[in-house]
Design a protein around this ligand. Structure first.
Ligand code: AMP
Length: 142
């Protein structure tokens, strides 16, 4: 049986405003913010407000709004960084590489010949995250 959702996870704290994030998008159901250990320039996380550990226990009604915003963010990061492509990733449970147990989708701009950096690797400087967030917000038109 799947483990229970833990409301003390770091994304739940970000959603409640208890810890800061570089937000690029928010609506009634979904928030998007910069990944602090980006696997590439502009790596953004798209997070539903509804609680679930991952795709395995999510209410299917959560997924439409989540992937709708993931698509918007994918288009925006491609434009913001003049990227050649965009990778979307989503992990479920530790064996898959999941490290934060609140459902989320990774959106990573990609450039020809540039490999992804390691998952949960190095912290990016806050000023770099802030500058990238400004570009994505502009590309989202907000
Ligand atoms: P996953 O392994 O799919 O659960 O991804 C979790 C992601 O959250 C990783 O890419 C981390 O770099 C990122 N992360 C961890 N803590 C924070 C935080 N406080 N703010 C933004 N991103 C975070």
């Amino acid at each position: 049986m799947a483990e229970a959702y833990d409301p003390g996870n770091i994304f739940a704290k970000i959603l409640r405003g208890e810890i800061p994030s570089h937000r690029v998008y928010e609506d009634d159901a979904v928030v998007a913010f910069m990944d602090v250990m980006p696997q590439g320039m502009g790596h953004t996380l798209v997070v539903p407000k509804a609680p679930s550990r991952n795709m395995l226990d999510a209410d299917p009604a959560t997924l439409g709004p989540l992937f709708g915003v993931a698509q918007k963010v994918a288009v925006a990061v491609k434009k913001a960084f003049n990227a050649d492509g965009v990778t979307l990733m989503q992990f479920n449970e530790p064996a898959s590489g999941q490290t934060v147990y609140h459902l989320h989708v990774h959106v990573v701009p990609r450039f020809e010949g540039v490999p992804l950096k390691p998952h949960s690797g190095q912290m990016e400087k806050p000023e770099v995250l802030a500058a990238n967030a400004v570009k994505i917000r502009a590309a989202l038109g907000g």
